[in-house]
Design a protein around this ligand. Structure first.
Ligand SMILES: Nc1ncnc2c1ncn2[C@@H]1O[C@H](COP(=O)(O)OP(=O)(O)OP(=O)(O)O)[C@@H](O)[C@H]1O
Ligand SMILES: [Mg+2]
Length: 284
């Protein structure tokens, strides 16, 4: 069988223990068995535009990995490739591999709908369905048959709203439209909706960029709580946010990761001049 994902994973050089030196000088294309997700030589083009050029990155469980870099460097393209959202773009061509728990998610046999429940996504602009708060959260569990009866469904909805830090604010009005909430509340509703289908990973592409500082702080606190249970990948243009929230940073530049490592290290002692310029605010 050609391109057996497990076989190619096993054949990849595997690094044990700290690998910071290699990582920070550019990815070597290995897949770490301890990673929850990993990309290997991921190349993505839109017609003639090459948005990602052989990106390899390990994403570790129960950590926040922040993707930073100048506009157009491929952050959204990268995060969308982690749950195959790029598949919906007809001109988009993807090469390379993306592993989730050691299996290539681009395997043709993969059920993409199921994948997207396991790897949930929260977008830049809160996008509740035009339905009630309750129905926004209940929708996923219903279509995936996660609740045996109404009582269980109710429990999933309330539990998800609670974990998204929204329950207290909405428990007396679960039947009002999700769109009637404030922007920050809507974003927490979208997080509750993602959580309701029991994902392992939550992808967030600039989740706070449409929010005021108070709503942003609330989401940041929530992300910090959620990482105990989930693996989180976040794109942000805010260096302060990346620094406050993330355990690891990947700095993208023109479709490649030029530096990746522990957040404090990347901020305090960047190896690459381009990273230094960006994180110290000299460009961007
Ligand atoms: N749907 C698309 N069709 C064609 N080209 C696209 C599409 N999406 C992105 N691109 C191109 O791919 C490259 C990377 O874009 P991407 O949106 O991934 O960057 P980004 O780092 O998220 O930027 P920003 O910080 O502005 O959100 C850019 O040249 C962009 O124009
Ligand atoms: Mg983007």
């Amino acid at each position: 069988m050609e391109n057996n994902p497990i076989e190619s994973l096993i054949n990849s050089p595997i690094t044990e223990g700290p690998i910071m030196e290699d990582v920070r000088h550019g990815e070597e294309g290995y897949v770490d068995m301890k990673a929850k997700m990993a990309t290997k030589d991921l190349t993505v083009s839109y017609a003639k535009v090459q948005a990602l050029k052989g990106v390899s990155l390990n994403i570790y469980p129960n950590e926040v990995t922040a993707l930073i870099g100048p506009s157009g460097c491929g952050k959204s393209t990268f995060i969308r490739s982690l749950n195959r959202m790029n598949d919906t773009i007809s001109v988009c061509n993807i090469e390379g591999q993306v592993f989730l728990d050691g299996e290539n998610i681009y395997d043709p046999a993969r059920d993409v709908v199921q994948l997207r429940t396991q790897v949930g996504m929260v977008f830049q602009k809160p996008n509740p369905f035009p339905k009630s708060i309750f129905e926004n959260v209940a929708y996923g569990p219903k279509i995936h048959g996660l609740a045996a009866d109404d009582e269980e469904l109710h429990g999933i909805v309330l539990g998800s709203l609670e974990r998204a830090g929204l329950l207290d604010e909405v428990k007396d009005r679960l039947n009002v439209p999700g769109t009637s909430l404030s922007g920050g509340q809507q974003q927490r509703l979208c997080i509750a909706r993602a959580i309701a289908v029991r994902p392992d990973i939550i992808l967030m592409d600039e989740p706070c960029s449409a929010l005021d500082p108070i709503a942003t702080k609330r989401i940041e606190e929530l992300i910090t709580e959620l990482k105990a249970e989930y693996t989180i990948v976040i794109v942000t243009h805010s260096m302060q946010q990346a620094r406050r929230l993330s355990d690891k940073i990947a700095y993208f530049h023109l479709g490649s990761i030029v530096e990746h490592g522990e957040t404090a290290e990347v901020f305090e002692n960047p190896v690459d001049e381009r990273t230094a310029d960006y994180v110290l605010g000299r460009i961007g």
